[in-house]
Write a protein of this length. Structure first.
Ligand code: SIN
Length: 290
C-alpha cells in the first residue's frame, strides 16, 4: 500500500480542502527544526494535498531558509534579484501606487523552463492587503485524471517546449514594465532559451500523472506546428482552469504556504490597488521531469 494513501497523522493536524487539493496544517512550529516524525508527516500531507498552508507562522528570513532546507536544497532562482544577505530569498512586493498586474499574475508552474524545475515553492506572507491578493492554484493531476482516454493517449508521447521568454526575455512584458515595478526583476536574453519536458509528467513521490504546461512558460509542443500546438494548449488550459480544479488561497499575515510545482499551476490575483503586499519566497530544487 502507498504510504501516501495510508499514513495517519500523530504529530500534526491536517484539514484537507475540497477534493483533497490543498490542506491547512497546524500543530507544527516551523520556526524550529522539525523532528523526524513531524517532518515525515508534513511530507506525507504535502504529497497528498500538494498545497499546504501553515497559519500563524511569522518566520524570520533565517527561519524561512532553515525550514526550506528541511524540505530540500534551495532551487536556482533566476530573473529576480534576491534579498540583500539572503541569496535564496526573493521578495514578492507590490506597493500601493503600483497599478500593473501582480508578479506571478498569470497561470504558471515556477521556473518550468529549467532542466530540473523546482519541486516546491515556499511563500511566507509579511504584509497582506485588506482586500484581494489571493493566490489561485490549479490541480494539474486531477485535471489530467479527468481527461478522456483518447486525449490521454494523444498527449502521452508529447513534449512541451518551455521558455522564460514571455516573462523575462528582452521583448517580454516585464521588460517593458521594469521602471514601473518595485521588484528587482532581471530581464535577459538567456530567457529566450528553451527546454523540453514531457507534457504529462509523473510525480516522483506519488506516481500520479499531471499536465505539466502553463500559458506563461509553455511556448509550444515539440515537432508540432505553432498553429496546431496553440489551440491544443489553449484547450488544455481551459480544461485545467475550470472551477472544479481550482483552490483559491486567501492569505493572512504570518502564514507559510508550500506548493508542489510538479502537479500544480498557480496565479497571483490582484484586486488590492492602493495597498501594499509583501511576501518572501524560496524554492526547493527538483528533478528532471519524466
Ligand atoms: C508567485 O508566483 O510566486 C507569486 C505568488 C503570489 O504572490 O501569490
Amino acid at each position: 500500500m502507498s504510504p501516501v494513501a495510508e499514513a495517519a497523522y500523530r504529530t500534526i493536524t491536517v484539514k484537507p480542502r475540497a477534493h483533497g487539493f490543498g490542506a491547512e496544517v497546524t500543530g507544527a512550529d516551523l520556526s524550529r527544526p522539525l523532528d523526524a516524525a513531524t517532518l515525515g508527516e508534513v511530507r506525507t500531507a504535502w504529497a497528498r494535498h500538494a498545497v499546504l498552508s501553515f497559519p500563524n507562522q511569522p518566520l524570520s528570513l533565517d527561519e524561512l531558509e532553515a525550514f526550506t532546507l528541511q524540505i530540500g536544497p534551495f532551487g536556482d532562482d533566476p530573473y529576480v534579484a534576491p534579498m540583500p544577505g539572503h541569496p535564496n530569498v526573493l521578495e514578492v512586493r507590490r506597493e500601493p501606487d503600483e497599478t500593473l498586474s501582480p508578479f506571478g499574475g498569470a497561470w504558471h508552474s515556477d521556473w518550468s523552463f529549467q532542466a530540473a524545475p523546482p519541486a516546491a515553492t515556499i511563500l511566507r506572507s509579511e504584509v497582506i492587503p485588506p482586500v484581494g491578493g489571493d493566490t489561485l492554484f490549479c490541480d494539474a493531476a486531477r485535471a489530467y485524471d479527468a481527461l478522456d482516454e483518447a486525449t490521454k493517449a494523444q498527449l502521452a508521447p508529447m513534449k512541451a517546449v518551455h521558455s522564460a521568454s514571455r516573462a523575462y526575455g528582452p521583448k517580454s512584458q516585464y521588460a517593458r514594465e521594469l521602471d514601473q515595478r518595485s521588484m528587482p526583476i532581471i530581464v535577459s536574453p538567456e530567457a529566450d532559451k528553451t527546454c523540453v519536458h514531457p507534457l504529462v509528467r509523473t510525480h516522483p513521490v506519488t506516481g500520479r500523472k499531471a499536465l505539466f504546461i502553463s500559458p506563461v512558460y509553455t511556448v509550444g509542443i515539440e515537432g508540432m506546428a505553432p498553429n496546431a500546438a496553440a489551440p491544443l494548449l489553449a484547450g488544455l488550459y481551459q480544461h485545467m482552469t475550470q472551477d472544479q480544479f481550482i483552490y483559491r488561497h486567501v492569505w493572512r499575515e504570518g502564514m507559510v504556504l508550500i506548493w508542489d510545482n510538479r502537479c500544480t499551476m498557480h496565479n497571483a490575483m490582484g484586486g488590492y490597488d492602493g495597498h501594499r503586499r509583501v511576501m518572501h519566497r524560496t524554492t526547493v530544487a527538483g528533478e528532471t521531469p519524466v
